[in-house]
Design a protein around this ligand. Structure first.
Ligand code: GLU
Length: 607
């Protein structure tokens, strides 16, 4: 997208969305804030997340002079209270930061890590010699719990780029946890969806199923244990989590899950020791970078597959002029590009500390140009398609391709994303998770937070050829895709989404909608979604099937409605983004409907 076009689209966005309809901004983070708007426009800083209390926490920090990093940690900590089934200190994530002063994009990989004693057959039931049933049996286990990275991520981000300390940025979340927040339909439904798993553990059921039922919509929900844990961390810092009593309690919970005697879930024990917690380290690494229509798009490098897979897809799509096509034709290209990129993701991407990942090749324009040869503008390829040849490529069309690999997809739809921009133009794009909605279902007794089941992102069955095989000390491959876009070296967009392996396609489709298909950021997020992850059928939201189903079937695509045992909702993703136009005007944009709608706020709403 050239500069003037962005400006034109931004103006169109302003008109379409109605300036002045900006979100109500609380003077301070109201822990019982329930008012939410999916779009807010203005200046002075902006936050987009799934939740009004969390966005308000970030805005409060920005208003009091904090920068985007301070505000992002405050927002994330608040999400640990109000979105406890998606994120929290029992999980991990990827933090991406654009520094307005240096113009540099940096990342922190705070992914959960397999403990040192993790065996290759951790997910095989010794009673049967076969893998545990994935859900609820395997996800509800100590074996699935990875060493959490979230708190270490917050501390590193604040140390590197923040202006406030952990104590200050945890304050709004402590208020929310102790004063309580108003339960909404999504919270109640997610609790009920997890009833059987939560009932398996005394602490979890006591907190989330008081009297045997999920908290009622409209009631006030408090989490005093979590408030106390946050206070401890505010006082003593992350060492209180990674060392000492709490570390031992985490290890004890994982290795001897505190399950109720009457549950019929097996809850296999896990392997985390206090030493694993003491040894946990975040990884700072360069982002992936591709150029797309003149914009610079930065993504998360492995252990996430987000940056390489979005980057490769964009490089493939760059070969085609999507903006001149009819929408179904452009969507056909989008779906085919992701199938090709997922084939390469499956074959090549894992934790680079264990696997030689060809990150540079996967994100190179030449490789993308060669992969684009396999995209027939008129016809959908038979899936799964084969991976490319990362050793020999020259941008020209190869004579033959290798053998396709069947894609296994066991990632879930929990997780949350937040985007923040401050008054100086610093940007944060941060995706964090505990994996399954409700994580492992296990709480550390008396501490008020759930432990993740992130290790189920590894392949269940060990195969030495598989880049995502289980290994001790390794990070499972992720799809989380915090993304930052620059225009002429200046901030343009911070964006990301939850949604397991559909995260990648959700972020990509939103970028294509925004950059190629003439939508403003609000429309780009609201538009119906489809996800092709190199499988026989395209998973699509019902509205997408209604709008484009027959046109895409004419290309040879098979569409199936979203929603299966892993993704019961018929919706895909939940984007949170902040866009900066070429005059510095901010548009925070969240979901209008999905997951009950998100919350966009700015410090100074436009008049
Ligand atoms: N565990 C997934 C990943 O790291 C994210 C889970 C989700 O979004 O539901 O890619």
């Amino acid at each position: 997208m050239s500069r003037p076009r962005i400006r034109a689209l931004a103006c169109a966005a302003a008109l379409a969305l109605g300036l002045g309809a900006a979100s109500a901004v609380p003077a301070s983070a109201d822990p019982r804030q329930t008012e939410k708007d999916p779009i807010a426009q203005g200046s002075g800083g902006a936050v987009a997340s799934v939740d009004p209390q969390a966005s308000a926490a970030g805005i409060e920090i920005l208003r009091k002079g904090g920068n985007a990093v301070d505000a992002a940690v405050a927002t994330a900590a608040a999400l640990g209270v109000t979105e406890p089934y998606s994120a929290g200190i029992g999980g991990g994530g990827y933090f991406m930061y654009y520094n307005a002063k240096t113009g540099k994009v940096s990342t922190i990989d705070g992914r959960e890590t397999a403990p040192a004693a993790m065996p290759h057959d951790a997910f095989i039931d010794p009673a049967t010699g076969k893998p545990y049933n994935f859900t609820p049996e395997l996800v509800t286990s100590g074996a699935a719990v990875g060493v959490p990275g979230t708190l270490a991520t917050w501390q590193r981000a604040l140390d590197n780029w923040g202006t406030q300390d952990l104590k200050k940025v945890l304050h709004p979340a402590i208020q929310t946890a102790s004063r309580g927040f108003v339960v909404d339909t999504t919270f109640r439904e997610q609790t009920l969806d997890n009833k059987k798993r939560f009932e398996a553990f005394p602490d979890t059921s006591e907190l989330y199923l008081p009297g045997g039922d999920a908290p009622k919509v409209g009631s006030i929900f408090k989490n005093h244990d979590l408030a106390a844990t946050y206070r401890l961390l505010a006082k003593s810092g992350p060492k209180a989590f990674y060392q000492g009593e709490l570390a031992q309690e985490i290890a004890d919970t994982v290795t001897a899950p505190p399950k109720n005697a009457d549950t019929d879930l097996p809850v296999p024990a896990g392997f985390i020791t206090a030493k694993d917690l003491a040894d946990y380290a975040v990884v700072e690494q360069a982002p992936t970078k591709v150029e797309y229509r003149g914009l610079e798009v930065f993504g998360m490098a492995p252990s996430s597959s987000g940056g390489t897979t979005i980057g490769e897809s964009l490089n493939i799509l760059e070969q085609f002029d999507l903006s001149s096509m009819q929408t179904p034709s452009a969507l056909h290209h989008y779906l085919e590009a992701t199938a090709l990129a997922y084939a390469d993701r499956g074959k090549f991407v894992g934790d680079p500390a264990f696997v030689d990942v060809p990150t540079r090749t996967l994100t190179s324009q030449l490789f993308g140009a060669e992969r684009a040869c396999a995209l027939d503008p008129a016809r959908a390829a038979v899936k799964p398609v084969a991976p490319g040849d990362v050793e020999n490529f020259d941008g020209l069309c190869p004579a033959e391709t290798g053998a396709p690999v069947d894609e296994q997809d066991t990632e879930n739809v929990s997780t949350t994303h937040l985007s923040v921009v401050d008054r100086w133009g610093n940007m944060v794009s941060y995706t964090l998770t505990i994996e399954q909605t409700g994580g492992s279902g296990m709480m550390v007794p008396g501490r008020g937070f759930l432990l993740n089941n992130e290790l189920t992102d590894f392949s269940t069955v060990y195969n030495p050829e598989d880049p995502n095989r289980i290994d001790p000390g390794k990070r499972p491959r992720s799809s989380m895709s915090p993304t930052i876009v620059l225009r002429d070296g200046q901030p343009a967009l911070a964006i990301g989404s939850p949604g397991g392996s559909t995260i990648i396609t959700t972020v990509l489709q939103t970028l294509v909608n925004r950059i190629d298909l003439g939508m403003d950021i609000g429309q780009a997020i609201a538009a119906p979604r489809a996800s092709q992850r190199n499988t026989a059928a395209v998973t699509a939201e019902p509205e997408f099937i209604t709008a484009y189903g027959s046109a895409l079937e004419a290309f040879g695509h098979k569409l199936t409605p979203a929603g299966d045992s892993f993704t019961p909702q018929a919706e895909i993703g939940a984007v949170a983004a902040v866009e900066v136009d070429s005059h510095g005007k901010l548009t925070a944009a969240a979901e209008p409907v999905r997951r009950g709608g998100g919350s966009a706020m700015v410090v100074k709403p436009a008049k």
